[in-house]
Design a protein around this ligand. Structure first.
Ligand code: PLP
Length: 381
C-alpha cells in the first residue's frame, strides 16, 4: 500500500514526514561505508512502502528489502525499479515470478535451495544463515551442505549466489547489557565462519550483510558490504543510542465536549469514574485505528498545549480525554503522537504505555486514518 490518501471514513489524520525519512537515510549512509538497503516491509513500517522506498533511494539507499514476495511485487507494481530482496517465503512460493520481476530471494533452508533451483533456474539468491535466533535462516549444522549444493548449482548455471546474510537477535541490547554484547560476539563470529565456509565451497557472494538498524549504529564490525535499515529510516532506534527523526504525526479533532459531575462513569465497563467535576472531550479514533487498548488509563494526548489523560477504556472508534477546565473547543486538534517538539506524546511514549516497542505501534495503525504525505514526494526525489 502506498502512503497516498486512502478512502477512509475517519477524520483522524496521519501525517508522514518524508523529510524526516530523507534525513534519517542520509544519517545511515554517513554511518556505513557499505551499501544501504532500505527495508520497507509491513508497508514501510506503516509509513507507506512506496513513498518510503522512493525517498530512501533518493537519499542514499541503493537497494530495497522486504519480507514477502507479495510486498516485492507491490513495489514493482508501484513502479519501483531498484534492486530488491525478499527473504521470507514458503518453499512453494512463485520463484519464477520473483525472477521475472528481478527480485532476489533469500534461501533460509536446504529445501528452499532445491525449490528455487528447480522452479526458477538462473535465480539470484542470498544464502541466509541463522546466526542466533533459531527462527529464520539455515541452521549452522546445515550450512556447509547448503554451501556445497549452492556452489554445485551455481557451477551448473542453475542459480547465482549473489549474497550471504544473517540477522542479529540482540543488536539492540549489545550496548546496554553484557549478555547482549556476548550474544552479539557469538553471532558475529558465526557469520564470519559462514563466510569462510561459503568461500571454501567456491562461492563468491558480493553482498555480505548482517547489520540492521541497531548494529549499524553501534558496531562497525557488523557492517560487511551492506546494512539493511528498516526501523531507523522511520526514526526508530532500537539501540537507543542515536537521535533519529520520527516521521509520523497523528492528530484527531475534538468531536464533542461535555461537562460531568463527580461520580460519572466513563466508557465500557465504567473503568474510570470522575472524582471531581470536569470536562471530557471525545476523539474519533480508537483501537481500530491502532491505539492500543491496553494503554487505557496511562496514555495522554496534547490538547491546547497541555498533556491530558485518556480516561476510561479506549474503544474501537473513540477515545475520551479529561480536559478539566482547559480552553478546548469542538474542532480543536488533539495531537495523539508526533516528534515531540510541541510537548506532544511520541510513538516511544505510546510504546511505553502499551508495554511494547515502537515498531508495533507504527505497524498497527489502521486503514481508516486519513494519510497525508509531507512534503510531496516529488520535492524529495
Ligand atoms: C526487519 C528486518 C530488517 C530491518 O531491521 P531494523 O532493525 O528495522 O532496521 C533487516 N533484516 C531483516 C532480515 C529483517 O527482517
Amino acid at each position: 500500500m502506498s502512503a497516498a490518501p486512502r478512502a477512509g471514513g475517519g477524520v483522524a489524520r496521519l501525517q508522514i514526514d518524508l523529510e524526516a525519512v530523507a534525513a534519517n537515510t542520509r544519517l545511515f549512509a554517513d554511518r556505513t561505508g557499505g551499501e544501504l538497503m532500505a527495508v520497507v516491509k509491513a508497508d514501510g513500517f506503516g509509513h507507506g512502502a512506496t513513498a518510503i522506498a522512493r525517498t530512501a533511494l533518493a537519499h542514499g539507499a541503493s537497494r530495497l528489502g522486504v519480507a514477502s514476495l507479495a510486498e516485492a511485487f507491490a513495489l514493482r507494481a508501484g513502479g519501483v525499479d531498484a534492486p530488491l530482496l525478499s527473504w521470507l517465503n514458503p518453499g512453494d512460493a512463485d520463484w519464477g515470478a520473483a525472477q521475472a520481476a528481478r527480485v532476489d530471494v533469500a534461501v533460509p533452508s536446504p529445501e528452499h535451495l532445491c525449490a528455487v533451483t528447480r522452479a526458477a533456474p538462473g535465480s539470484r539468491v542470498h544464502l541466509h544463515l541463522d546466526v542466533d535466533m533459531a527462527r529464520d535462516g539455515v541452521r549452522a549444522e546445515d550450512w556447509p551442505d547448503v554451501c556445497c549444493c549452492a556452489a554445485r548449482a551455481e557451477r551448473e548455471g542453475q542459480i547465482r549466489v549473489v549474497g550471504v546474510m544473517g540477522h542479529l537477535g540482540c543488536a539492540g541490547e549489545s550496548t546496554h547489557t553484557q549478555a547482549g554484547a556476548a550474544a552479539n560476539d557469538v553471532a558475529r563470529e558465526r557469520f564470519a565462519w559462514a563466510l569462510r565456509v561459503a568461500h571454501d565451497a567456491g562461492l563468491r557472494p558480493v553482498d555480505r550483510h548482517l547489520a540492521a538498524t541497531a548494529a549499524t549504529l553501534t558496531d562497525r564490525r557488523t557492517h560487511h558490504t551492506m546494512s539493511r535499515i528498516g526501523a531507523g529510516l522511520v526514526g526508530i532506534d532500537p539501540s537507543k543510542t542515536t537521535e533519529l527523526r520520527p516521521a509520523l504525526t497523528l492528530t484527531a479533532p475534538v468531536v464533542t465536549i461535555r461537562s460531568v459531575r463527580v461520580g460519572t462513569a466513563v466508557g465500557y465497563g465504567h473503568t474510570w469514574v470522575a472524582e471531581r467535576p470536569t470536562r471530557l472531550a471525545l476523539l474519533p479514533l480508537g483501537y481500530a485505528d491502532g491505539l492500543p487498548r491496553v494503554a487505557s488509563g496511562r496514555a495522554e494526548v496534547l490538547l491546547a498545549g497541555r498533556r491530558c489523560p485518556i480516561v476510561g477504556l479506549i474503544s474501537m472508534d473513540m477515545t475520551v480525554v479529561d480536559i478539566g477546565d482547559l480552553a478546548v473547543f469542538p474542532g480543536d486538534l488533539a495531537m495523539v503522537f508526533g516528534p515531540g517538539d510541541a510537548g506532544e506524546p511520541t510513538v516511544r511514549d505510546w510504546a511505553h504505555w502499551a508495554d511494547t516497542i515502537e515498531h508495533e505501534i507504527v505497524t498497527r495503525l489502521g486503514p481508516r486514518l486519513n494519510r497525508t504525505v509531507t512534503p510531496p514526494l516529488s520535492r524529495l526525489i
